[in-house]
Ligand binder design. Sequence first.
Ligand code: SF4
Ligand code: SF4
Length: 397
Amino acid sequence: MKIESEFLDISYEAQPDCTTLEVAVGPVKTRYPVDHGGMRMVCLTMPPSLVGHHVPVTVTGDGRLDVWGLNFREDELNVAGLPYNPSAEKECVTKSESLPLSIQWFATWKCNYNCSYCWQESVNLSYRSERPIKADVNKWVDALLRFNPNEVYITGGEPTILSGIEDIVAMLGAYTHVSMTSNLGKSFNLDKWFSRVPVKAISGVTFSFHPSQVSWEDYQLKLEHFCDHYGPEKTGVELVMHPDQVGFKQPLLDLAKRLGIETIKIDTYCEQPTIYPKPVSKVKCDKEAFPADPAARKANPSPDREPYYCPAGMKRVNVDPVGDVFTCMSAIDRGKMFGRHTLPHYKSIGNIFDPGFQLRPRPTLCWETFRCSQCDADRLADYWVPHGFKHQLPIPE
Ligand code: SF4
Ligand code: SF4
């Protein structure tokens, strides 16, 4: 097969007995977990040196797998031959012009707790092994304020593990709205917070309760102290609905009510981690273009599977512990799961410490708004503009 560009979209449909696929480009093999329930897609990024050469490409599955098509992208947004819609893209830019920038900052992936349901468990080796960059407090503050955000939301891991976090919060809070999520464990030093972080510097801190890691009594006591000092309007509570801890929902609601706390997050439980078995049998691979003609594609099953222009990357960014910037939470998670084979539009758009770094000048074309993270969707959903393509696109991994 002639390698036409660095980006190869592989559209497939897997039956339940197929759990992984492996793409071999010459001698280089890459494994992906597969998803079920219709047509899906992964995108392989190849070295530029291969472009223009003829190289054998095979796709292997460990069960029944139909490869719908192999399509090279002209650039990162040219998914499976999808044409641009300049007027929809412009509408998204215009609509979001007045939207202020918001930043979600993952201060560290490290955590002093070890919850079995942690979303980081999906790629625990990657998340847990990474250290934050060694940047001093002023460097982080300058970098995070550089684009004049209206909001910096700090999360992790456990953000209070990062040395100097109290000073960072206090300094950021002098210029913008700052909020945070914490587990309220040992690294959250109340005395330090009371002495270094003025009440007016924070918009709020939400404290997640993890019954497998801390007693209800310790959590409750510490929460009360924080709430006494900063006030109930700046205090939030959170609980994951793991089967072993659903019994804490009512006590948490009662506690919030007693203290006058209105920020209450009750999260759905998702089992972690996903386990990927080995591929065992070769199934199929041909150069078989996914139909470029929309009429030849199936109608889209639902509007939230249609492509939208989204101002992620322009008006909202997610920053990781080394300062790499991503359009959104989906991008960070896909980046961790698929490494250098992440879909091109989900790769980091630069590093916040790089003097030449700029926010994205154009909206992102996204066709998985249905699984946009709540934090991103809350800020951006009103600014999504439909691309107008009404036919089915493969769902990215
Ligand atoms: S406290 Fe949060 S980040 Fe830490 S292990 Fe538990 S779920 Fe994960
Ligand atoms: S819609 Fe959500 S998942 Fe898609 S690009 Fe925007 S923020 Fe990311």
